[in-house]
Ligand binder design. Structure first.
Ligand code: GDP
Ligand code: IMO
Ligand code: MG
Length: 423
């Protein structure tokens, strides 16, 4: 019996999908707690690759029940498309997926406003999925929830009220065409029949399941440094991917959480704008991108790549309360002669004591590196820690002692069997 939170510990795309798939062999329930279809979680089973955006990555294990918590923002069309793709691949979703009645809906105007915001000068480099504008409406208490799909009159009224405001904004502020309210009402009133069967009182379901001794894995999306409170604001997403968000995003109280698992990529990547002290803008960065296939699972954008940042991961361990980590994509470093690890940042010749939380500070800092020898051989066939080359073990020991984490899982390839489990 356990309730575990799995968090991305850097800027997202750490390999959460693969690790959730591995761990969910031993969990009965997997639940997403924040974000939306901005996430792209890849699971590779044999030669088949699945990219999950809204549905928890546990869906690929037939005995696992999947839950979408109240903290998630749902684009109904994206959800139905994802269900259809899974069912076409003979993965049963009906009866295995529950959605919180309190999750908020992404509406067409959220996506449009996201795109309009991104066309201005304050570009964040969002995924364009309407995430920010949807959370704005949620916190402004104007949002439309999954449960509203079941009440046609309320739904229609809420859409009309929102459209009045949004159309004003589109026309008067942004000089854009107004959206057709009737069309949106028609589209959204048709979702009830398709989504009804999945709707559940999720906090009650999860807490009862925990009381019955069932194990629950809470799957975070994005990563700690994209957290709206603890990340590199304003270059963040609009939700709380850190472990604290798992409680508010599902209705499971903090006293029921048994452990926090961090997913840590063996180097660093980031998509979109914002500070990235260890970014490599040279051929080594290109090499990481090429070998690591670092292109967005949702948008296809090339990911920015750089060396492992132990200072950043140390901060992430602190704000998430990480008990142990899964190191992923270690095999991507196989061919490097030398590998650098960032120990901390220097400002005016002095080492910073803690990770900067003021984004302006990043303009003034210089990363300080330690250089380690590469191992120059393939490690993706290794099944135990002892089978790894000495230089690989040294690298792992160096990053774990510098960032202050314990490693329990090592991923050496995208497939299920390319995984080393430590005691
Ligand atoms: P997520 O958003 O954290 O689930 O990560 P993504 O799915 O966006 O990106 C991770 C990518 O790395 C996917 O293409 C995975 O198939 C792949 N991947 C995961 N673990 C490993 C690994 O250990 N080695 C390699 N080479 N690829 C991996
Ligand atoms: P997974 O779950 C990496 C980034 C975007 C942008 C910022 C805000 O696959 O790790 P948003 O659309 O959320 O308003 O964009 O956050 N971003 C991600 N980066 N992985 C993700 O998800 C991301 N989801 C959002 O690139 O910089
Ligand atoms: Mg991803």
């Amino acid at each position: 019996m356990s309730v575990s939170i799995l968090v991305g510990s850097q800027w997202g795309d750490e390999g959460k999908g693969k690790v959730v798939d591995i761990l969910s062999e031993k969990f009965e329930i997997v639940a997403r707690y924040q974000g939306g279809a901005n996430a792209g979680h890849t699971v590779q089973i044999g030669d088949k690759q699945y990219i999950l955006h809204l549905i928890p990555s546990g869906i690929l294990r037939e005995n696992v029940i999947c839950v979408i918590g109240n903290g998630v923002v749902i684009d109904p069309k994206a959800l139905l498309d994802e269900i259809e793709i899974l069912e076409k691949n003979n993965i049963k979703v009906s009866g295995r997926l529950f959605i919180s009645q309190n999750a908020h809906l992404i509406m067409p105007y959220h996506k449009l406003l996201d795109q309009i915001n991104e066309s201005g000068s304050n570009k964040i480099g969002t995924t364009g999925r309407g995430i920010g504008p949807c959370y704005i409406d949620k916190y402004a208490r104007k949002g439309i929830k999954i449960v509203d799909l079941l009440h046609r009159d309320t739904l229609e009224n809420k859409i009309r009220m929102n459209l009045q405001e949004k159309n004003n904004l589109l026309k008067k502020v942004y000089d854009k065409e107004e959206l057709d309210v009737e069309e949106i009402i028609k589209e959204y009133t048709e979702f009830d029949k398709k989504i009804d069967q999945y709707i559940k009182d999720v906090p009650v379901y999860l807490n009862n399941s925990i009381a019955e001794g069932k194990s629950v894995l809470l799957e975070g999306a994005q990563g700690a440094l994209l957290d709206v409170d603890h990340g590199t604001y304003p270059f963040v997403t609009s939700s709380s991917p850190t472990s604290g968000g798992a409680c508010t995003g599902t209705g499971i109280p903090p006293t029921k959480i048994n452990e926090v698992i961090g997913i840590v990529k063996a180097y660093t990547t980031r998509v979109g704008n914002g500070p990235f002290p260890t970014e490599l803008l040279d051929e080594e960065g290109e090499k990481l991108r090429k070998i690591g296939a670092e292109y967005g699972a949702t948008t296809g954008r090339p990911r920015r790549c750089g060396w492992f940042d132990a200072f950043l991961v140390k901060y992430s361990c602190m704000i998430n309360g990480i008990d142990y980590v899964a190191i992923t994509k270690l095999d991507v470093l196989d061919t490097f002669d030398e590998i650098k690890v960032c120990l901390g940042y220097q400002e005016n010749g002095k080492m910073l004591k803690s990770f900067p939380t003021d984004v302006h500070q990043f303009d003034k800092i210089e990363p300080v590196y330690e250089t380690l020898p590469g191992w120059k051989q393939n490690i993706n066939k290794a099944k135990t820690y002892d089978e790894l080359p000495e230089a690989t073990k040294n690298y792992l020991e160096f990053i774990s002692s510098t960032a202050g984490f314990k490693i329990k899982i090592i991923s050496v390839g995208p497939k299920r069997d390319e995984t080393i489990l430590l005691d």
